[in-house]
Structures are given as structure tokens and as C-alpha cells.
Ligand binder design. Structure first.
Ligand SMILES: *Cc1c(COP(=O)(O)O)cnc(C)c1O
Length: 379
């Protein structure tokens, strides 16, 4: 199973320098050495979120940060507007309910984006809404939501703006302070390209003020404890963190800075545009409208007469390229090509060569080289 090219929307290929960083000795997580590493990592994280506020690393995948975001900042019984257009939007709505808040779902059709106007309408209609949750990049449908525009609307309301950037941070533009995001979180294994197992979160002054008033129904994910421990000398986490994964995260964030955040985002947008062009050149259809298409994962309709196991199975077994399938009602109906992290011409050329040959092999009337040829316009 070695040498599989991961074209998934997470986990993504991890740079050897990041893997190597994990091979260092495990140190005391309450000592000076780790305190310094943790502080540097959280500073890099804030730089990446583009916020003046502190960030915290949670040992737990992105879903842990989703739960921390909700549980710490909204009082039980209060109303939350959850924008839902896919699996991760649903997950945040579920977490809202699990923690005893009232989830008001703003449903959009899977494959389309929520608009700032719709959010504004919902806020106008109900002044009891205490928070709005939006998935920046809905990984299950390959849709990017307009968080900058939504942020402009949110500035006119008291409700907290909670944004999931798990599959967008470092792959699409996220400027926490400029967009007025109150709670922002991400995961390690998507565009940051570190191994899975960590998440990161940052809170605005308003979000902290809310957190201070709440007896949060969570123990492990209590953000006030994260803040208290982060302020200690040396800086710490409340409970034993994954020391080795934090070494990896630090290295991965340093690599992001080395490339430059803007350059990295531009590289992802270029990879997304190249992917869409190659998909169309192979006669396939994009699932979402191109104007709301994600910069980090492209969802493609399953071609007529071909099954998911035929297509993704051949891609994996014959060509060693791992693509993602659809989730829930999209299972079997779409494939998803992740282009996150360390993705450039080389990975896309392999993917589209394999996809062209796979389609041809499955009997499609297609020029198998058309996809890879289309990439040339982007590199
Ligand atoms: C991957 C992902 C998550 C978190 O999933 P984990 O499996 O817990 O890391 C959350 N939101 C989005 C949009 C994601 O893509």
C-alpha cells in the first residue's frame, strides 16, 4: 500500500521535514522547552489565522474544535443559526443540539453556497439569535461560502460569528480579524498538511466575554482552562497534549510561512482552476457551480453508467491514486478530488493521467490525455 498518492480532502501528504520533526525526543509538557515550542506554535497559528488574538492547540481532530467553539461561547437554551449545505454544516448543527442550544437551521441545497443576504434575512427575522455558524469550505460538496461578505453583515448584529476553516485555512483566504470572525478553528491534516490529530482555535474579545459568563458543558474542551494554562510560564495546555504532533504542527506552520500564506492560497486557487479545467476536458461535470467552487477540493458528478467502486477502485488499485467519494445522499453520485497542502503540477498530472486512462478503460468515449493536456494552461 505504499506510494499511494493521497488526493483526498484530508489527510494530505505530509512533508518529510514535518515527519522528521516528530522524531525528536518527547519532553515534559510542563517544562520550559515545551513551553517555548507551544508558544511558538500558537503564535504561528495566530499569524496564520491573521488575528491579533491568541490561539490554542487542542489534541483532537477538527471535530474537537467544532465542539469547543460551540460549547464555550453560547449559553444553553439560546438560539444558534446554523448554515447547513453539507455534512460538516450538519455536524455543527448536531453539536449545537447536543450541547443544549436551539439550532435554527438555514438550509441551502447541497452543492450551493449560503449567501450573506440569507444570513441577514435570518438575523433580521429573529433577534434572539446569539451566534451564526458557517462552514467556510464545505468539504462534502466542494463549495466555498462567502465568509468575508457574511462577516460584513455580521458586524451589524451582536450575534457571534463562528467559522469552521478546517479545510480552508492555508488553502483559501481567511483573515479572522478583517472578516470579524469571533470564533475560528481549523484542523492539522487538511491544508496545513500536518498529520491528523490536532486542531486549533482562536476567540475574539466578544467570544471570551461570552465564554466567561458560561458554565460550559464540557470539561476537556473548556477554553477558559486553555487560556489560563496558556498564560502560565512556561505556557502549557490544561491536559497532556500530543507533544510529538505539536512538533509536527510547528514545522508545518513554518513551511507555510516559508512559502508565504498568500502564495500558498494562490497556489491552491490555481490547482483548483486547473482541476476544474481538466475535469471538463475529460467530459465530466462539476458538482457545484463554478463560481462557488472550493479552492481546496473539487466535487465532480459521477459519469453516467459508471459506479463509484469502478471509478475510484480503478484509480486506487491500478494507478495508486486515492480519491474521495460522496457522503450521505451524494454517495455514489460524486467523486471528490482533494488538492490541499503540497499539491502542484506533478500530483495533478498523475491524477488526471490516471483518471483519463480509468475512464477510457471503463468504456467512456474520451481522449484519455485531454485532462492532463488542460493542466498546461495553468502551469
Ligand atoms: C475535516 C473537516 C472537519 C473535521 O473533521 P475531523 O475528521 O474531526 O478532523 C471539520 N470541518 C470540515 C469542513 C472538515 O473538512
Amino acid at each position: 500500500m505504499d506510494d499511494i498518492l493521497l488526493m483526498l480532502p484530508g489527510p494530505t501528504t505530509v512533508d518529510p521535514r514535518v515527519l522528521q520533526a516528530m522524531a525528536k525526543d518527547v519532553v515534559n509538557h510542563r517544562g520550559d522547552e515545551f513551553g517555548e515550542i507551544y508558544t511558538e506554535t500558537t503564535k504561528l497559528m495566530s499569524k496564520t489565522f491573521q488575528t491579533k488574538n491568541d490561539s490554542y492547540i487542542i489534541t483532537g481532530s477538527g471535530t474537537a474544535a467544532m465542539e469547543a467553539a460551540i460549547a464555550n461561547t453560547i449559553p444553553r437554551g439560546e438560539k444558534v443559526l446554523n448554515a447547513v449545505g453539507g455534512k460538516f454544516g450538519e455536524r455543527l448543527a448536531d453539536i449545537t443540539k447536543v450541547h443544549g442550544m436551539e439550532s435554527k437551521v438555514l438550509d441551502v441545497e447541497w452543492g450551493t453556497a449560503v449567501t450573506a443576504d440569507k444570513i441577514e434575512e435570518a438575523l433580521e427575522a429573529d433577534e434572539d439569535i446569539k451566534a451564526v455558524t458557517v462552514i467556510h469550505n464545505e468539504t462534502s460538496t466542494g463549495v466555498a461560502q462567502p465568509i468575508e461578505e457574511i462577516g460584513k453583515v455580521m458586524k451589524n448584529y451582536d450575534a457571534l460569528f463562528i467559522v469552521d476553516t478546517v479545510s480552508s485555512l492555508c488553502g483559501d483566504a481567511v483573515d479572522v480579524d478583517k472578516y470579524g470572525i469571533d470564533v475560528c478553528f481549523t484542523g492539522s491534516q487538511k491544508c496545513i498538511a500536518a498529520p491528523p490529530g490536532l486542531s486549533a482555535i482562536t476567540l475574539s474579545d466578544d467570544a471570551w466575554a461570552a465564554a466567561e459568563k458560561i458554565d460550559a458543558p464540557t470539561y476537556y474542551l473548556n477554553m477558559l482552562k486553555y487560556r489560563d494554562n496558556g498564560n502560565k510560564t512556561p505556557a502549557q495546555t490544561p491536559y497532556t497534549p500530543s507533544v510529538s504532533l505539536i512538533y509536527a504542527m510547528k514545522k508545518a506552520l513554518e513551511i507555510v510561512q516559508e512559502e508565504g500564506l498568500d502564495a500558498r492560497v494562490a497556489r491552491h486557487h490555481n490547482a483548483a482552476a486547473a482541476t476544474r479545467a481538466a475535469v471538463k476536458a475529460l467530459g465530466l461535470e462539476l458538482f457545484p457551480d463554478e463560481d462557488v467552487s472550493s479552492a481546496t477540493v473539487t466535487a465532480v458528478k459521477m459519469p453516467e453508467g459508471i459506479t463509484d467502486s469502478q471509478l475510484r477502485g480503478t484509480m486506487l488499485d491500478k494507478y495508486g491514486v486515492q480519491l474521495a467519494g460522496g457522503q450521505d445522499h451524494l454517495k455514489g453520485n460524486i467523486i471528490r478530488i482533494g488538492h490541499m497542502g503540497v499539491i502542484s503540477y506533478k500530483e495533478l498530472a498523475i491524477t488526471f493521467t490516471a483518471l483519463g486512462l480509468t475512464l477510457k478503460g471503463l468504456g467512456c468515449d474520451v481522449d484519455p490525455g485531454a485532462g492532463v493536456a488542460a493542466l498546461a494552461n495553468f502551469y
